[in-house]
Design a protein around this ligand. Structure first.
Ligand code: FAD
Length: 276
């Protein structure tokens, strides 16, 4: 592939999940990713689970990015964890605010991801390459599209090196976001986040939670397939390969795959892109 690739995993909750993920990673390593990242605190997973998975990736000889969210955290705990990550050999972080489980107050000493980015830079200089999240279809809690764009610019100015987007299926939203950020002086790479489509219900559930829009025509086609998983997967491969191809042709700086700890769809999409 002529484009840098990165793969995201979530920390497995069981020993069987960890074993399966080792196999998935080995398959995906054949695609020579620039780095692999592990989510943090999402879906009830533990921080230790993230750090263990990151440790394994590094031991496998691949660059690892630890996602790092600051919601509810104190400066002291973040400082300690940064020291630990550095000692582990981590050189890349995805710095996030994160989401509090419902019922929790805001708490903690960081309000926004931009506060975390500034703190990491102040504490550790250039020890880490810092990625931040970007939302071409606008973060669900944003006051307005304009406020969200400005919040993104603030994260970059606080010291982010590059960004990874929430997934989307509408390339116009992505290119407009990149153009608008550029008008505000942001030249850092904004790498599209790619969610392969392998299950209709899972996609709808995630998209409702994170505010990613499933275009009506995709939603209706998926609904029309009912329980026919083979047709859903075949359709998903066509749609997402096309999306990636459009992004590549229009100059996206890389592709970051939300693998959901599976290898088949990502591998097939990359195989088709390489053959195109
Ligand atoms: P922020 O950039 O702080 O933005 C949060 C909200 O605050 C936005 O609505 C923004 O517009 C607003 N805002 C920001 N600054 C200001 C300001 N100064 N004034 C007013 N409003 C402001 N979640 C996890 O729990 N674990 C993960 O590992 C994880 N990985 C992710 C990876 C990627 C690539 C992406 C795109 C998302 C990920 N998330 C993860 C989800 C993320 O934590 C949530 O979307 C969260 O709600 C926002 O995090 P953020 O870092 O984008 O926050």
């Amino acid at each position: 592939m002529d484009l840098p690739l990165s793969f995201e995993f979530f920390p497995p909750k069981t020993a069987e999940g960890a074993e399966k993920l080792r196999g998935v990673r080995q398959q995906l390593y054949a695609l020579a990713p620039e780095f692999c990242s592990v989510t943090y605190g999402a879906g009830g997973s533990t921080q230790e689970g993230t750090f263990n998975a990151v440790r394994e990736i590094l031991a496998e000889g691949v660059a690892a990015a630890s996602h790092f969210s600051c919601v509810g955290a104190t400066r002291a705990t973040v400082r300690e964890q940064l020291k630990m990550l550095k000692a582990m050999g981590v050189e890349r972080l995805v710095a996030l605010r994160g989401d509090l489980p419902s019922g929790y107050g805001v708490g903690g000493e960081f309000q926004y991801a931009s506060d975390l980015v500034a703190f990491i830079r102040a504490e550790t200089g250039d020890d880490f390459r810092i990625e931040v999240a970007a939302y071409p279809e606008i973060h669900p809690q944003a006051r307005s599209a304009d406020a969200d764009l400005k919040a993104f610019v603030a994260k970059v100015r606080a010291g982010a090196d590059s960004a990874i987007t929430q997934y989307f299926y509408n390339t116009d939203a992505y290119f407009r976001f990149v153009d608008d950020a550029l008008k505000l002086g942001v030249t850092t790479p904004v790498v599209p986040g790619i969610m392969p489509i392998t299950s209709s219900t899972q996609l709808m559930r995630f998209s409702d939670a994170c505010g990613a829009e499933i275009p009506r025509w995709i939603r209706l086609r998926l609904q029309g397939f009912g329980d026919d998983t083979a047709s859903i997967k075949a359709f998903g491969l066509d749609v997402v390969t096309d999306l990636c191809d459009q992004l590549r042709c229009a100059g996206a700086p890389g592709l970051h795959f939300y693998t959901m700890n599976q290898s088949a769809a990502t591998m097939e999409i990359v195989r088709r892109l390489a053959a195109a």
